[in-house]
Design a protein around this ligand. Structure first.
Ligand code: CP3
Length: 344
């Protein structure tokens, strides 16, 4: 069956602009909160039937054109030797972070995906429950974002520890980042083998570095990861926070670059190169407003992107927990309605 999302990631002309939402299954959805009353977030991720259920419910309620695996970027760090927990307020915490250059030696490269078998099972169950035209997106954190958690222990506010580490200990940084790149690639290839059609690389915290530092400390490892992914699988590269990084992030790789709201989508597309697809870029805060405001912003973005082949509508970041579900549903309906109007 024809899949609009698969066509869009390959920059092919589509009948309408596809849309899906980062963090589309989450606390803003009552069905999700009900499942979470029964089990912790980590247990939910480790119970494949439940992970599949929460994502399938979200896809069904929203009517989006793609599903993303329900999991978390931090699960990869557990078999590498880091102890992960989610505090009651929902935030992640690593109990034994990398604090000294010597600590890098205690991290194990992921040689075998066996400890993450529950993720591969979640891929299978989710895939089985989806219509054939809805691709399933697998994902991993990018080396820099994973290293930020490994070193800071949580989502630190200004990333001074991860930056100090990379400036002070370039050799250990290289070892850490290579280990993360190779492990993340094995993890993604396992997901591809289990049945995902697209992969997304989340470099959620990379916006905190300068373009110069990106080139030196981030680019080689993101590129290494991308180059190791099974050939032919479309890759979405999410690099939010600093639009000045877009050309370098695009050069590091990916068929689709996911941009946030800090720059208009047409300018962002010029920066990443018009030969690639682009995903974005509604500010998730817009979903806290009302239908008329959502419509106005969606219309603006569709106009700026000109509904050209290769445009995928999404948010610039994950849905906020306070979002009313009806606003998320309204956005999907509005984009499906207005995204039919092709200007080319
Ligand atoms: O998008 C989806 O619906 C699929 C599932 C998904 C989750 N996390 C579920 C989740 C995906 C793709 C992620 C990726 C992820 N995890 C990222 C990259 C995307 C981004 O937001 O930039 C990051 C940085 C993480 C790490 C993480 N996990 C944080 C910082 C938090 C707490 C803060 C927050 O936004 O909730 C989590 C927890 C988490 N991951 C929840 C969900 C649904 C909430 C957990 C709960 O139920 O309490």
């Amino acid at each position: 069956m024809k899949s609009v999302m698969m066509q869009a990631v390959r920059c092919q002309k589509t009948d309408f602009v596809p849309i899906w939402l980062m963090r589309q299954a989450g606390r803003y959805m009552p069905e999700y909160r009900r499942v979470r009353e029964r089990c912790s977030f980590l247990d939910l991720c480790k119970t494949p039937e439940l992970s599949a259920e929460v994502m399938l419910t979200a896809v069904d309620r929203l009517g989006v054109d793609a599903a993303i695996l329900f999991s978390d970027i931090l699960l990869l760090l557990e078999p590498m030797g880091l102890e992960l927990e989610f505090t009651p307020d929902g935030g992640p915490k690593i109990k034994n972070p990398v604090k000294s250059p010597r600590d890098v030696n205690r991290l194990r490269e992921l040689k075998d995906i066996e400890p993450l078998q529950f993720v591969m099972d979640a891929v299978r169950y989710t895939r089985e429950g989806l219509a054939s035209n809805i691709p399933l997106i697998g994902f991993t954190g990018a080396p820099f974002t994973l290293a930020s958690y490994a070193i800071e222990g949580n989502s630190g506010r200004n990333f001074q520890q991860v930056k100090a580490f990379m400036y002070l200990y370039p050799q250990e940084w290289d070892k850490l980042m290579k280990g993360l790149a190779v492990s993340a690639a094995r993890y993604l290839n396992g997901q591809i083998h289990a049945g995902v059609q697209i992969v997304q690389i989340f470099d959620s915290w990379v916006g905190c570095v300068s373009v110069e530092d990106y080139r030196q400390y981030v680019f080689p490892y993101t590129k290494m990861l991308i180059d190791l992914i099974v050939a032919g699988t479309p890759i979405i590269h999410f690099a939010p926070g600093n639009p000045m990084l877009l050309p370098a992030a695009s050069e590091a790789g990916g068929n689709v670059i996911s941009a946030d709201w800090r720059m208009t989508i047409d300018k962002a597309w010029d920066m990443i190169g018009r030969n690639k697809a682009i995903q974005g870029n509604l500010d998730p805060a817009v979903l806290l407003t009302d239908r008329a405001t959502i419509r106005r912003h969606a219309q603006r973005i569709l106009r700026q992107a000109e509904c050209l082949p290769g445009f995928i509508f999404n948010l610039g970041h994950g849905i906020m927990p306070q979002t009313p579900v009806e606003n998320a549903i309204a956005l999907v309906d509005i984009v499906h309605e207005l995204g039919q109007m092709r200007s080319s």
